[in-house]
Design a protein around this ligand. Sequence first.
Ligand code: PGA
Length: 250
Amino acid sequence: MARKPIIAGNWKLNCLKAEAEALAKGLVETVGTKSDVDVVLCPTFTSLDTVAKAICGTKIAMGAQDCYWQEKGAFTGEIAPSMLVDAGCKFCIIGHSERRQYFGETNETINKKAQALYAAGLTPIICVGETLQEREEGNMEKVITTQVRGCLAGLEAAKVAESVIAYEPVWAIGTGKTATKEQAQEVHALIRKTVADMFGDATAQAVRIQYGGSVKPDNAAELMAQPDIDGALVGGAALKADSFTAIINF
Ligand code: PGA
């Protein structure tokens, strides 16, 4: 089955509103009508409205970088999925390794967030990935399957099929050290097999799996050519319109 590539820019903690607007407008110029690749911009919460206005009427979609699983109530500082819909989001990144590392995100909380996102009509971009130590100790396979199983436990197969999973080896994020295409493909195939074991082949063939970790214009094409790599989650190189455009035009 042909899966449409999906390339998302994870802007992390960057860009004031004016910068976010300039970046989004630059991308509207270069890839705003592109229809063979899904393009998603994930700015900070405070720039969602600005970016939503900048991409209005184009093919570019918007996502948030996190959410909470409750719809409302006494949860100071949190943002509900329905609020992300209200702000114009179609996607939401959950379980990024930085959130696992610094903010106590676990497979259980990611699972709750995925369910809440589905309920609001949003598509989660569910991140998994092993650390260098886990890889060097020979535990990559165990870590990845545990994360995929934990994050997706009990979810509806039809929803999983429409979701995006991002494989981001922690050792490749922001380090300039990309996984080789063989290393990435091996883990993507493992993720797809795990999804097949949980939900069946049709779901596994439908789910899109992005690679993330130092994706750049010069390595995007070879990564995207791998049979189980369906897109990219891009950090640093997504902060400049020219490099993100080059990745999208891989
Ligand atoms: P990077 O970040 O492209 O800067 O390595 C990717 C990510 O963390 O999503």
